[in-house]
Design a protein around this ligand. Structure first.
Ligand SMILES: [Zn+2]
Length: 218
């Protein structure tokens, strides 16, 4: 913990120089890390305006249902622009953050986690839905689903909470600061989302039916 604090004090000063702030890590906030590995590895830095937006959305969500917080995954390092946070090549300027979907268990809601890391446990397309992963892999993008190896442990007893994930997505896209969000096409269709800020990331990236990629304007 001490090493973490010293490390973060140092990184906070670096971050200030680079117009980055730390996302909250305490349970008293409505914006929480999905896993504490994220702040331990300094992967929770964003531009101050993105931090304020996320806190506002998190508070809003919690005021509607106090069992829900907003859970973040990888954001950015505190360093200079252009330093990517692998494996997310675009997370390099403080404007990007990944967010968790919501899940339920026996109709009970909350910040439930099908995967410990927050990545690699997919909300697969049904047989009737378009299968982007099959399409990308058949076109040679073998890496498209490699995050399945990065779960750090997963569970199969949770159900995708379509209603609350849709509510979250709508709150994000309705905010003028939001530039775009990325999720898989079958989920956009399944949730009946039509806002053109919600896009497909392309086969060169990894599949986005395990998390939301969110980014703000310059
Ligand atoms: Zn991302």
């Amino acid at each position: 913990m001490i090493v973490y604090l010293i490390n973060n004090t140092y990184n906070s000063s670096v971050a200030k120089l680079n117009d980055r702030s730390l996302l909250p890590i305490t349970k008293s906030s409505n914006l929480i890390p999905h896993t504490y590995i994220t702040p331990l590895l300094n992967r929770h830095y964003v531009k101050p305006k993105l931090k304020s937006q996320l806190i506002k959305i998190a508070d809003d969500i919690n005021s509607e249902n106090n069992k829900h917080k907003l859970s973040y995954l990888d954001a950015n390092f505190p360093f200079i622009d252009g330093f990517p946070l692998l494996p997310h090549l675009s997370h390099k300027d403080g404007r990007k953050v990944d967010l968790s979907f919501y899940y339920t268990k026996d109709k009970e809601v909350g910040n439930l986690k099908p995967s410990k890391s927050g990545y690699g446990h997919f909300v697969n397309p049904t047989n009737q839905e378009f299968n982007q992963t099959r399409e990308c892999k058949s076109n040679g993008y073998w890496h498209y689903d490699y995050t399945k190896f990065l779960t750090l442990g997963s569970r199969e007893d949770l159900e995708f909470d379509q209603e609350n994930t849709k509510k979250l997505l709508n709150k994000i896209v309705e905010d003028p600061l939001t530039q775009k969000i990325l999720i898989e096409p079958h989920l956009k269709k399944r949730m009946n989302l039509s806002n053109n800020k919600i896009r497909f990331q392309g086969c060169h990236a990894v599949r986005h039916d395990d998390h939301i990629h969110h980014q703000i304007n310059e």
